[in-house]
Write a protein that binds this ligand. Sequence first.
Ligand code: PHE
Ligand code: ZN
Length: 879
Amino acid sequence: MRTDQPQTIYLSEYQVPAYLVDQIDLRFELFEDGARVHSTLTMRRNPESGAPGQRLELDGDSLILESVALDGQTLIPDAYEEADGKLVIADVPGQFELSVVTWIEPQNNTRLEGLYKSSGMFCTQCEAEGFRCITYYPDRPDVMARFRTRIEADRQSYPVLLSNGNPVEQGELENGRHFVTWEDPFPKPAYLFALVAGDLTEKRDSFTTCSGREIDLRMYVEPRNAEKCDFAMDALKRSMRWDEEVYGREYDLDIFMIVAVDDFNMGAMENKGLNIFNSSCVLASQDTATDATFQRIEAIVAHEYFHNWSGNRVTCRDWFQLSLKEGFTVFRDAQFSADVGSPTVKRIEDATLLRTAQFAEDAGPMAHPVRPASYMEIANFYTLTIYEKGEEVVRMIHNLLGPELFRKGSDLYFERHDGQAVTTDDFVKAMEDASGRDLSQFRLWYEQAGTPVLTVEDEHDAEQGIYRLIIRQTVPDTPGQTNKKPQHIPFAVGLLDEHGQVLPLALTADEHNAPTERVLEITGAEQVFEFHGIEEPPVPSLLRDFSAPVRVRYPYTREQLLFLMSHDTDGFNRWDAGQKLAIDVIESLVGEDDGKEIDPRLVGAYRTLLNDTSLDQALVAKMLQLPSENYLVELADEADVPSIHHARERVLQHLAVSLREELLACYQRHQQAGDYQLTPEAIAGRSLRNTALGWLLHIGDVEALALARSQFEQADNMTDRLGALRALVNSGFDKERTEALDAFYERFQNDPQVVEMWFSVQAASFKMGQLPHIRHLLEHDAFDWKNPNKVRSVVGAFAGQNLPAFHNPDGSGYGFLADVVRRLDDSNPQIAARLVTPLTRWKKFAPAYGRQMRTALESIRDKKGLSKDVYEVVYKSLA
Ligand code: PHE
Ligand code: ZN
């Protein structure tokens, strides 16, 4: 157990920095047994600081301090103090130069924060507070400095030496060493600093900006990955063009670099001019990446690139403002993905993630506002709320203002705050100023945690031809927040008549040419909207395109859902009606015995989807997916996972048995013709085939088994190969499954990204991924505790996706996860803290489960020397 309680940091205690850094000169001497970092800071007192005295405080973590000099004079140890992660110099002048030399050990850095080694190369990760693991520095985003970085290393082992900005000098040194100096002209916070040194292959390309400047584009990867760069490079160029066209944002340096790193805590990092990526989020080829991987890579490449403006040129004042850059940038990358792919499918995917995982977070012990008011460890706040709910908040502003005014607002924001470190409030203010709209109530989205609930009732007045929507809003209590105020919610609606025609939405009796869709602005606890000229009771289509991150309660009948499924003009709601119907059917079976009838209308609806080839196949592919177990758990009150799993399984089997012929026909119809392509149609085709195959194998169909085997062997792309493998793994055909798994491993064992897929297909499968097999995977040669991707692909997939195995009634899944967390807490606390997430939801489950989850949390709490990261999550979950 920890004896000292980690400190809580409060937004309300924010103070401007007492000292600013104008310039930092860095010199890195890289060796095999460590690195020496020479840093010279040109500093001055901040005229805006009211802090008294001449006391300078710098942040540091795991540093060995070799020397400190003030204006060229080496300080005697009495002149400074090193304590509690700070270097304090009691007395500094108004302006001075401070030189600090530190020694660090990147080769022993398993936390993957600061400077560390991955597959033989040196690399850095500084967001949020990694720079302090490199040298003493005012490590906070509102201190922005110009960086000049000289890297020295052995030429043979580290021919490539990279940092931010432009290379300005290079040369040879004694003992086979060499150096390169980089200079970044744009002042930046330390979290955007990056350094890479390694033996890397370079891929070059170029991009001509809208003003005619030629930008040098480069990717650096390990030589074995040279063939896996093209897709990311093209995605980069598409992103650059898109940001010019849609946001008027031109790239600002002469060179833009991307590096792929195998050991990385997160997906990727937007360091100025030198983005560093987790290999799994950037390297791809037709043979090794699935459609989903390609799409993820495209979105992440775009995301990191877009940060150059939303994050780097305009950055965050403090870490409470994290969503300023993340929410906005996720919104930008989502718009980009919608533009280059299928907008409805993109929206469905984003809403699914939000409703499944972010709603759960917002209803759990770690719930926090989009702009949190406090934290213990900022690394724990890279959450779905900051990213995904933050995105939705920006999207709502976009919906309220419309695209033109939104663009005016973003132009104003970038112009007004270029080169500054600002707040989410500054962002909203720019949107207000540009549009003339009042967003004061809207700001509550940033301040109040919890998912608002809209309860909708309706009534039809046949005599007057009026249809009324009565809408009540509540925002649930969350830790530390009760009695919340009503929020400002854009609620998009449409009404359908009995033939499926959309009706004009006249808000007054004499409104003519009324639109057929309206964004109602919900601002009160209860509001009534009247629609005139509605002669028959309509079917309402609510929250179209998921116009706000809220839960809507409206008592749809199954007939109405079937109707919306085939008639709604809003693609998202068509899909959602199908989900609601399936959920209703599954929920009605939970805990019932197997004799209970499954509503034949569900089979009928799925039959129509499979047969009607005139439908948008991308949408059909999504509609065929049953709601996930995770989502069903999220919707339940006291979730009993085995019962939920069993009910869903019954429905799946029933559908597959009833629709066998249709599924086979669908499979045949979507045989790939010609070359592999990444168009929305081709992606939809593969998705449909693989869903059909999966369902048929699920019911042990022998004809489908033959199809799966030949697809597995003959596929010319990873989507189909992995689709077949997954279908086999989840089938009851033990022999074929083992053969396929072995063949797959044999073929791809030298490709870490594919081996990770191989791990997770097994760990996420209820048929295979029982605890003994999970333990077996952890013993596999390819498994590596130090590699976050491997840990995620086995442990993360097991606890996060294989719900019935993880929630084994004997509690073994929970105990296992607790063991893993305790083990990783010492080596990589950030990853350990993330892995705890499934246990934090213990209150959500039936008491017999919840109790055991709690016990597992307590066993983590009682570990000696628990990290701050894990402490915060566990402590808040047990509170
Ligand atoms: N800022 C990164 C992104 O969203 C994510 C990240 C956070 C990466 C912290 C590493 C560490 O693009
Ligand atoms: Zn980001």
